[in-house]
Design a protein around this ligand. Structure first.
Ligand SMILES: [Zn+2]
Length: 100
């Protein structure tokens, strides 16, 4: 009898865990984000290329965080450096020209 009760408790725990996982997946789909610079070794970030650097800045000219770029910490640092260089060379703007 006590053994059976223990078994039931385990089942409840399993059910709770399942419910928890299902609840979490409702808000965030478990999608594996990969750094595209790590994935493709031939891909080089060029700070003179406005189109390439421009995808890592927001509409206001801010540098996008890793949760948006999906880059690893090493390549996020490279992206940041490239954006700062591109800003000095006036390839991309420091800020949005028209303040809303
Ligand atoms: Zn990377």
């Amino acid at each position: 009898m006590p053994r059976r009760m223990g078994h039931d408790r385990d089942k409840d725990k399993d059910r709770d865990r399942d419910r928890g996982r299902r609840g979490a997946s409702k808000f965030s789909t478990p999608r594996k984000k990969t750094c595209k610079f790590c994935a493709d070794a031939h891909l080089k970030l060029d700070f003179k290329n406005a189109q390439q650097v421009g995808i890592f800045i927001s509409e206001r000219g801010k540098i996008l965080p890793r949760r948006y770029t999906g880059a690893c910490s090493k390549h996020q640092r490279d992206i940041t450096l490239a954006i700062k260089r591109a800003r000095i060379l006036a390839v991309i703007p420091f800020t949005a020209t028209q303040v809303l």
